[in-house]
Design a protein around this ligand. Structure first.
Ligand SMILES: Nc1ncnc2c1ncn2[C@@H]1O[C@H](COP(=O)(O)OP(=O)(O)OP(=O)(O)O)[C@@H](O)[C@H]1O
Length: 257
């Protein structure tokens, strides 16, 4: 087992959030949260239901206003619209996949590329690359509405990848997947930063997946950062065990990149 790669620090090339704070009518959903995500890094965002994970990702992608600052690769994007932040390279998936069911898998990806102004020929080659990466090539001509659930989720990710994000946020990508599908997803998620160089932020309750996948974990509890560190360190943290994990997660589950 090799040690998880330690995240690079310093330098302008990173997504950096500082002091993020969101109030919903008297409820502080996130409270002075700092977060860093580096290119090629996989960061897991974990914590109990209602801890503030989705709210945090909403802020990072421009869907939720917040106090604090958000800087992406040296540009202050605080207060930018979701569309503008997406065009700046920060994209996300949602818990509910939204596909054009009557269109083929290929067309579902192509339409995103064309919508971004990519010319037809370049789009064709970009879609081909993403189909290969996501293991969807053999399904390319199928109507997306006929895909099994696990592949539907894959297509949701593929549609974001064709936009060549520098940072991609995935909200519970393993939700509803069985163990085998979750293992297949693990391979895909590992391949994305390796092949494309983008940073991945993954919200996930599937600890079996998250412990093996991530370089670092950030634990949120009651809107605050409870812990940040390698999966092994976080899994052994008594405060994290008490607030979220319930019992120590086996060391064998920790990342073995
Ligand atoms: N639009 C909203 N209006 C009011 N309260 C909200 C809103 N969105 C979230 N909340 C509240 O903010 C808190 C954080 O919610 P959030 O959905 O971010 O948590 P979460 O960690 O993503 O939870 P889960 O794991 O269940 O998805 C919760 O108490 C939630 O009820």
């Amino acid at each position: 087992m090799t040690e998880p790669r330690s995240a690079p620090t310093g330098g302008a090339t990173a997504l950096r959030a500082t002091g993020l704070t969101v109030d919903f009518r008297g409820l502080r959903a996130i409270d002075q949260v700092d977060l860093e995500l580096h290119p090629s890094e996989i960061l897991g965002l974990i914590g109990p239901n209602g801890a503030g994970k989705s709210t945090l990702v909403n802020v990072l992608t421009g869907f939720q206003a917040s106090a604090g600052t958000l800087v992406v690769d040296g540009t202050d994007v605080t207060g930018w619209s979701p569309r503008k932040i997406a065009r700046h390279g920060v994209r996300r998936t949602f818990q509910n996949v939204r596909l054009f069911e009557e269109m083929s898998v290929y067309e579902n990806i192509e339409v995103v590329a064309l919508g971004l102004g990519v010319k037809m020929r370049a789009a064709r080659s970009a879609v081909g690359e993403i189909l290969d990466l996501t293991g969807l090539a053999e399904w390319a001509d199928r109507p997306s509405g006929s895909l099994p659930y696990g592949l539907e989720r894959r297509l949701g990710i593929a549609r974001m990848l064709v936009a060549a994000p520098r940072y991609l946020m995935l909200d519970e990508p393993a939700a509803g997947l069985n163990e085998q599908e979750s293992d297949e997803l693990l391979e895909l998620l590992r391949a994305i930063p390796e092949r494309l160089g983008c940073g991945l932020l993954v919200i996930e309750h599937d600890m079996r997946l998250i412990m093996r996948l991530c370089h670092r974990l950030q634990v949120i509890d009651h809107g605050r950062v409870l812990a940040v560190g390698t999966p092994a360190a976080v899994a052994a943290d008594p405060a994290v065990i008490e607030a979220y994990l319930g019992s120590p997660v086996g060391a064998g589950d920790a990342a073995d990149h």
